[in-house]
Design a protein around this ligand. Structure first.
Ligand code: G6P
Length: 367
């Protein structure tokens, strides 16, 4: 079937707007909303025996994996490592019995990720793959296939596949935590309930588009843009910067908020916008103090937070973006939407080819 853009200007915009539906579809495959439990596809190995997790992926899928490291370590209490697929083999990875290697890929065909999967398989690891294309090579070669149900993604810059990957990884982290005896049935029900709140919160987050549109023109004139965040907001900062450079060609970097003072703060002046990703919650105050370090040096701060966060610390920023208030467990999936919309609108303001950015391919099948 031919896939059309419908009322949208670009596939990317269409795919951003599809997220509440495709994330709900994806969660539907893992969540029983009435029993408030997670169920995984049949397991060819014992989940309770998994002693560590090695995540491997490329690009945006790697950043979904980086968000998942926080979920897996906090819920399952086992060590998690993450490496980009092109470097993985060069570390001469140490494989131990009971190791789970987890691969994340929209296409299921990315050459580096596939080569790493085969390496880990030869090393005796259990292989799980979070893949969007069910007929792909990685889907076939994995011991445990954890599908995303994002539907075909046409825009080269990944959007809906990313949030569907996050949804699957959050569900998987709960299931692993349960298998390890770390997540009680009561806790499972609480977390599953939070997952079911994601689609409605995403619909709310889409309403940021108007305010983001208003910021796009000034931001499109910047030469460099920094994104900062802490905890799972740090990989979201990396994703914001990646999305922006992919489609607007503006140089952008994501940094751990606390690491800013160890280098990149030297770049700050009135010409460098800093996007601060700081939903209220346990990490908010610390990120705000990093934000204030930027403001004290004349940097232009764009604060992405919820109503409570903005009421407390929105003053003195160049602009604020208000996202819905959600539990910190699910906030990365909600933050993703304004982050994607920002890249999209800056690219529109620059007039770049959003769906087919120069030099990039949807699926990279060379190493
Ligand atoms: C390319 C795409 C990215 C994608 C990456 C990994 O670089 O432009 O959007 O994140 O490949 O692709 P995969 O299909 O493995 O998720």
């Amino acid at each position: 079937a031919v896939i059309e853009k419908g009322n949208h200007r670009h596939f990317m915009e269409k795919e951003i707007y599809e997220q509440p539906i495709v994330v709900a579809q994806t969660l539907g495959a893992y969540v029983d909303p009435l029993a408030e439990t997670i169920s995984l596809p049949p397991l060819p190995f014992d989940l309770a025996g998994v002693k560590r997790v090695q995540i491997v992926a490329c690009g945006t899928a790697l950043l979904a994996g980086q968000v998942a490291t926080y979920w897996l370590e906090s819920l399952a209490r086992i060590p998690v490592q993450i490496e980009n697929a092109s470097e993985f083999r060069y570390r001469d990875p140490v494989y131990e019995p009971g190791g789970l290697a987890l691969f994340i890929s929209q296409s299921g065909e990315t050459a580096d990720t596939l080569a790493a999967l085969r390496h880990a398989k030869a090393g005796g690891q259990h292989i799980a793959a979070v893949v969007n294309v069910a007929s792909s090579t990685m889907a076939r070669e994995a011991d445990l296939l954890l599908p995303t149900h994002a539907g075909p993604e046409i825009g080269v810059a990944s959007t809906k596949a990313f949030t569907c990957q996050l949804a699957v990884l959050a569900a998987f982290a709960i299931a692993l935590g349960k298998a390890k005896g770390r997540v009680t049935p009561v806790e499972e029900a609480r977390l599953v309930h939070l997952l079911t709140e994601i689609p409605a919160a995403m619909n709310e987050a889409l309403k940021t588009e108007e305010s983001i549109h208003a910021l796009a023109l000034p931001l499109s004139k910047a030469r460099d843009i920094l994104y900062i965040g802490r905890g799972p907001d740090y990989p979201m900062a990396l994703e914001g910067a990646l999305k922006l450079k992919e489609i607007s060609y503006i140089h952008a970097e994501g940094y751990a908020a606390g690491e800013l003072k160890h280098g990149p703060i030297a770049l700050i002046d009135e010409n460098v916008p800093v996007i601060v990703i700081a939903p209220s919650g346990p990490r908010f105050e610390k990120t705000v103090s990093n934000m204030q370090e930027v403001m004290a040096r004349g940097g232009l701060v764009y604060l992405l937070s919820d109503a409570a966060g903005l009421a407390e610390h929105g003053a003195g920023t160049a602009a604020t973006i208000e996202m819905p208030s959600v539990d910190p467990f699910i906030s990365p999936l909600i933050t993703a939407i304004p982050v994607q919309l920002l890249a999209y609108h800056v690219a529109l303001a620059k007039g770049t080819d959003v769906d087919q950015p120069r030099n990039l391919a949807k699926s990279v099948t060379v190493e």
